[in-house]
Design a protein. Sequence first.
Length: 359
Amino acid sequence: MTPDTTGARSPVRAAPPVAAPAATATHPDATTVAPLQDGFGRVVRDLRVSVTDVCNLRCTYCLPESGIQWLPKDERLDDDETVRLVEVLAGLGVRTVRITGGEPLARAHLPALIERIDAVPGIEEISMTTNGVLLSRHADALVAAGVDRFNVSIDSANPARFAELTRRDVLPAVLRGLEALDRHDVGVKLNAVALKGITEHECVDLVGFARERGLQLRFIEVMPLDASGDWTEDHVLTGEEVRALIHERWPVDALERAPSSTARVFRFRDGGGEVGFISSVTESFCGDCDRLRLTADGQLRTCLFSHDETDLRTALRDGSTDEELVRMIRTAVAGKQWGHEMHKPGFRPPDRPMSAIGG
């Protein structure tokens, strides 16, 4: 990692503790069509579906360079199982699906699966998070299958720095993927993980790259989700710090935060578009979270940082009815924790890294 040459910085400020509202005493009967609501009144509308844990990059903040044990194929949900769970969750009020990984395009025949998800009654929008390396090959098929929006990860617009961060010299492939999306009328945003000692020197150029293309770039605070468990607060370059660096070059003004949004978005005063900040560590957005996560091996997670999972894969393969699946899902959601609790003493990261959970 490049040393920090910008001088001493103030310690990371964790998000201040927020008192959780009291949980409701009762929950809707599991077999009704009442909203899928947790004990704090938050209604689930968004589902993150990880279609594989495999990734074709080895980003320094996420995966080791070698020695990774991917899930055996028979432990991953197949297309029929994935679609059935989406159908059950759509019947409970889920309306948007984000396809994640790993790298989702590492899964074979992904457009066919997405086409089936797009046909599920109740699903109104499908988005995808991708590193973009394989996007130029699949963009046309993905859009035809029903993907409405793409988030493409790009931590640097400098080829050498990109290769250093990802351990792969593939920035040209990512750029070809963005060009392929230009042919379609779909939403495109860029994601960049903010790393102390690196992003300070990259953020202005990266924002310029996004502005030239008319794209919103979102900086994501690095989270304790790396496979090696090396994360510390010293690695975190806060959204506030990045914002200040950008504001020096292009002044920005805050926009009103959309309900349940993970990003705080700012507009450039010169009319050059927008920039966003996903500050999970220092400016959490747990209070109105409307998300669930389904891992590639069929575990339902109610929070990215949860230590509890609900094993829907085994239930599917043991012949559970939809009504039985609904009861399991409602029970899991009813017990959803208030927030990630990174600000509390004794915080322990989840047992799985991000690649195994899904973004």
